[in-house]
Ligand binder design. Structure first.
Ligand code: AMP
Ligand code: GLY
Length: 437
């Protein structure tokens, strides 16, 4: 019997729960979540509803349970030091401590780490603590720049020229605003290419990559509209993506392995958990956009259902630093994940309205996110609501299954119809071909 403590209650944590429950070990699951996830709660032996960053409440819950290990799903509790607190009471986590969690919580820390250790993958960048040299650097970059607030903002602190800002003056103004807000800002070269997510398990010394995934951050079809937490994702049976070359995956894996090593040298702390690299394939090779220190949401729903290796064994290998002794395998299947979100998402989402989930066709997986289960049904929580995943031998079939899923939801919601469709994927292949010349 393994007692596992899970912090988090979204669709990503639903996928984590499912992977734990498939283990050959008997798992007793205890959850801390901000709301009652309808699916996770059915599999859990104990469920504490509360703030996922409340260290005191989580400490008391953990002391009562005495789990064999813990997993912290979202970034906020990692940054708040929940993993550090748990280690303090001898509960080891397959999630990183705060100091190495800076890989996600501070974009400046990560850019500086790559630069200091000579790891190739950074764009031209500078981290500013005050306005000295700011204008000169904008002039050096010209019209193509990106300005990033240096803290956890759910991707919302990033402003890209041409998309959100125009010209040096607007860039300067936003950079000064960031300096005032958090004392640090990263200004960098705007990269052009195709983005992809490559997540790797890491025990501090060894890294093992998962299948590559492509997320869709924009709210509406055709990559239009505001940025979101991610409207949907797909992965391909060969574990690469149709617009990537093998060398792109190798390059991204190399960056992650080198960053894991550098992190330890820099901090004296091993990174244990998931290093999720947001990469971009450009005409000059692969570049790093950012790291997250956790599974992606929705990316977890693409890769965890394919995991053939026992997930409990995997978490324990991450904790003990013996990932090299485990063979980590994934099924060779294509996956498509689509999120149903409230009308108005992400800027002014409808909240508290009822939705109906009809009969979901066989073979379609359902993952609950920001929904509240009441006696008379499901209510919108105000963020991404329910994800549907299709898994099949081909992308076409996986997309068909995911689409059949989203169509089962009625109420004030919408979703992107184009995610995983050949038409959109072909556009991406064509764009990359054009860039590579
Ligand atoms: P981040 O929070 O760093 O992932 O940034 C959010 C989004 O901004 C990314 O998914 C990219 O689409 C975009 N972005 C960030 N950095 C760059 C960059 N250097 N060049 C182009 N786009 C970027
Ligand atoms: N898929 C975006 C994220 O998890 O941050």
């Amino acid at each position: 019997m393994k007692k596992v403590l899970l912090v988090g209650n979204g669709a990503r944590e639903h996928a984590i729960t499912e992977a734990l429950m498939r283990s050959k070990h008997e798992v007793e699951l205890f959850v801390v979540g901000s709301a009652k996830n309808p699916a996770i709660s059915k599999m859990a032996s104990g469920y504490l509803i509360g703030n996922v960053c409340d260290k005191l409440a989580i400490r008391n819950f953990a002391l009562e349970i005495e789990p064999d290990f813990a997993i912290v799903g979202p970034e906020a509790p990692i940054e708040a030091g929940v993993v550090d607190m748990l280690l303090g009471i001898d509960v080891h986590c397959a999630s990183p401590l705060q100091t190495v969690g800076r890989l996600e919580s501070s974009k400046g820390f990560t850019r500086n780490l790559l630069a200091k250790f000579g790891i190739k993958g950074n764009p031209d960048f500078r981290v500013f603590h005050n306005s000295e040299g700011l204008r000169e650097f904008f002039e050096h970059l010209g019209e193509d720049y990106v300005v990033k607030a240096d803290g956890l903002k759910g991707g919302k602190g990033v402003m890209v020229s041409g998309d959100h800002l125009n010209g040096i003056e607007e860039g300067m103004a936003y950079a000064l605003e960031c300096l005032e807000d958090c004392g640090r800002v990263v200004v960098e070269e705007k990269l052009v290419g195709q983005e992809f997510s490559l997540m790797s398990f890491c025990d501090g010394k060894h890294t093992v990559e998962m299948p590559a995934v492509q997320d869709h951050k924009r709210a509406y079809d055709g990559d239009k509209g505001p940025n979101t937490g991610g409207m949907g994702t797909y992965s391909d049976a060969g574990h690469s993506l149709p617009f990537l070359k093998d060398s792109d995956i190798e390059e991204a894996s190399r960056i992650t392995a080198e960053v894991a090593k550098a992190l330890f040298e820099e901090t004296g702390t091993y990174f244990k958990g998931v290093m999720y690299g947001g990469f971009i394939a450009t005409s000059k090779g692969v570049r790093l956009i950012e790291y997250n220190a956790r599974f992606g949401d929705p990316e977890a729903m693409n890769v965890l259902p394919l995991l053939k290796t026992d997930f409990v064994d995997l978490c324990e290998a991450i904790i003990s630093g013996e990932l090299d002794k485990l063979s980590v395998e994934f099924e060779k299947k294509s996956t498509v994940c689509k999120y149903v979100v409230p009308e108005g998402y992400p800027d002014s989402p409808i909240k508290g309205e009822k939705i109906e989930l009809g009969d979901v066709p066989e073979g379609v997986r359902v993952y609950f996110a920001s929904v509240d289960e009441r006696e008379d049904g499901l209510y919108l929580g105000g963020s991404r609501a329910v994800a549907f995943v299709g898994i099949a031998d081909s992308l076409v079939e996986a997309e068909r299954l995911a689409s059949a899923g989203v169509e089962c939801v009625s109420g004030p919601v919408f979703y992107r119809t184009d995610i995983g469709k050949l038409e959109l994927i072909e556009k991406r292949i064509k764009m990359m071909k054009g860039l590579r010349g």
